[in-house]
Design a protein. Structure first.
Length: 180
């Protein structure tokens, strides 16, 4: 993935088409600009992540189980797609891309808020601001996913907790807090 390897701005349309083995005309048939290509990559990545989360979450019967599976799926997807995470992190720094990412973030927070509200109604979570709790879960999960994905690339073998230990810690923190 040229953008992830070389950076968005240094990568030209010529670099992209040379890497794929097509002409510029083919590129411009599908994308008016490399900005539009990156927007499409980001949209597809968010869709792929959401499908992966949904598949994992569907295995749980209750909102807490669904939140847990969503956290696990997010972390797994992040570790498995570090090149996409680099593009997402870049995307947050430039307004046209950040706008698309904010839309995606809003959907995730709204979906998570529904689960938190259900858990509150069932008495599984203490009464509180469901949107704030959902935002906290998403924020922690996103940051931990980025941390693990990038640490996995640079860590010496055996120097980090296993992915399972890492995930258990993340789930415990997100669902039970730092003290619980």
């Amino acid at each position: 993935m040229r953008f992830a390897d070389n950076g968005f701005h240094p990568t030209s349309v010529s670099d992209i088409v040379d890497g794929v083995g097509v002409g510029k005309g083919v590129f411009y048939w599908y994308f008016p600009s490399k900005d539009e290509l990156l927007l499409e990559i980001l949209r597809e990545a968010l869709t792929d992540l959401r499908r992966f989360q949904r598949k994992q979450m569907d295995a749980a019967d209750d909102p807490i189980g669904q939140l847990e599976q969503g956290i696990r799926a997010s972390l797994r997807w992040s570790v498995d797609h570090p090149e996409v995470l680099r593009l997402v992190m870049f995307g947050w720094t430039e307004e046209p891309f950040a706008k698309a990412l904010r839309r995606g973030r809003r959907i995730v927070i709204d979906d998570t808020t529904k689960l938190v509200n259900q858990a509150i109604e069932q008495g599984a979570i203490s009464d509180g601001d469901a949107t704030m709790l959902a935002t906290a879960i998403i924020g922690v999960t996103d940051e931990l996913g980025r941390h693990r994905a990038f640490r996995s690339r640079t860590a010496k073998p055996g120097s980090e907790a296993s992915f399972d230990e890492f995930t258990e810690t993340a789930v415990r923190f997100c669902l039970r807090g730092i003290v619980g």
